[in-house]
Design a protein around this ligand. Sequence first.
Ligand SMILES: *[C@@H]1O[C@H](CO)[C@@H](O)[C@H](O)[C@H]1NC(C)=O
Ligand SMILES: *[C@@H]1O[C@H](CO)[C@@H](O)[C@H](O)[C@H]1NC(C)=O
Ligand SMILES: *[C@@H]1O[C@H](CO)[C@@H](O)[C@H](O)[C@H]1NC(C)=O
Length: 428
Amino acid sequence: MIYMGLQSLLQILPFVLLSLSAGCSYGRSLEDRFSGVGSSADELQERDVLWSSREVVNVRDFGAKGDGSSDDTQAFISAWKAACSSSPAVTLLVPNNKVYLLKPVTLSGPCKSHIIVKIKGTIIASPKLEDWDGTNRRQWVMFSGIKNLRVDGGGTFNGSGQRWWKNSCKVDKSLPCRVAPTALTFYSCTSLEVHNLKFRDSQQIHVSFEGCTNVKVSNLGITAPESSPNTDGIHITGTTDIRIKHCVISTGDDCISIVGGSRLVTATSIVCGPGHGISIGSLGADGSEEHVSDVLVDTAELGGTSNGVRIKTWQGGRGYARNITFKNIVMNKVENPIIIDQNYCDSSQSCSEMKSAVAVSGVTYKNITGTSATEVAVDFDCSKSFPCKGIVLQDIKLALAGGGPSKSTCENTDLSKSGTVVPLPCTS
Ligand SMILES: *[C@@H]1O[C@H](CO)[C@@H](O)[C@H](O)[C@H]1NC(C)=O
Ligand SMILES: *[C@@H]1O[C@H](CO)[C@@H](O)[C@H](O)[C@H]1NC(C)=O
Ligand SMILES: *[C@@H]1O[C@H](CO)[C@@H](O)[C@H](O)[C@H]1NC(C)=O
């Protein structure tokens, strides 16, 4: 397959966004088009029945103005309370062609019935940083403790991140490092679906799944400038059984980051770049014990990213990252296309060598092709006390962008290969 370069990426972006905004009614045809991981027809039919013919609770009827400057937070809270306590089940509607300004807000369950939140318009973050005083600075909009929730509608979350980025210690080294909000957080949700949404310029992470179970995500379009600090696209933590498909992400940090306590994570049909690539970790910061397992990344295009598929762990951590497969991936001018970094260090001080480490095992790389922007295309930097085990390279072809041979490096890695592997695997 021919790599979809940045230019063609820009060409398909409007198409993807168009499909996103066209997907206001429940997008079965979209799901079908991007099938592969999809639900069976029976399942879909069942869900359609479940979700159809409902009353609509409109935020407008609770006083939301949608003029882009009035504070609509209280109206959203009141509308949510009405929707969440209603039986029969209702749809909570955020209408089209309006811009709703929200301060930090948490919409909590449990709710009486299955809820659909249909976001057609734009939700924009309050530009005043003071609005976060005395609240959790990690959150802007949060859904918490809800079972059977679906959020979709083709609308946009705009985090108005510029002011937060300026105040980041990564941008202004004289400032202390402080957290900034995640645009949309799902906390402790079960049987959750998130489809057809756009995210722009988040303060930090764009969308985060924390402590959720049984999650389906599709057709998200996420963009923030390459220079924006810590603006991960999709972040997954403590979450089990999450399937992500057909997302287009260009941002300043990881397109997808999968961290501790996450299991059974599948990401298919992902377009990423610019950004820092698709990452597992970082794991084991400050000596913590973390576990990530059963991850599959299948079918992705990465362009111009600072890493491709990466596993990153800090020295001194404990736990494991295991049973991880990266396959059918095309890289275009990616720095570090394949990398395991067990000496990850993202602090201003250098990190000293330590005895313990998060153990990395059972990692398969299969059918990964394209170009590397760095001479070292395959880099396994594993720990002396916990060498990487069961690393498999199969059908890999990574050329150096601009010509010349690419290279592999490895430390403390138990490696096997099958098929053609370029660059040739190293021995350690
Ligand atoms: C997000 O909202 C800001 C206003 O706070 C606006 O200037 C900016 O253009 C919007 N971003 C996008 C990508 O629409
Ligand atoms: C490995 O992970 C995949 C998901 O990617 C899962 O289907 C499979 O059962 C796991 N294998 C083992 C041995 O747990
Ligand atoms: C290898 O991956 C590419 C990109 O996803 C895909 O188009 C191609 O069909 C895959 N090849 C095989 C043999 O699976």
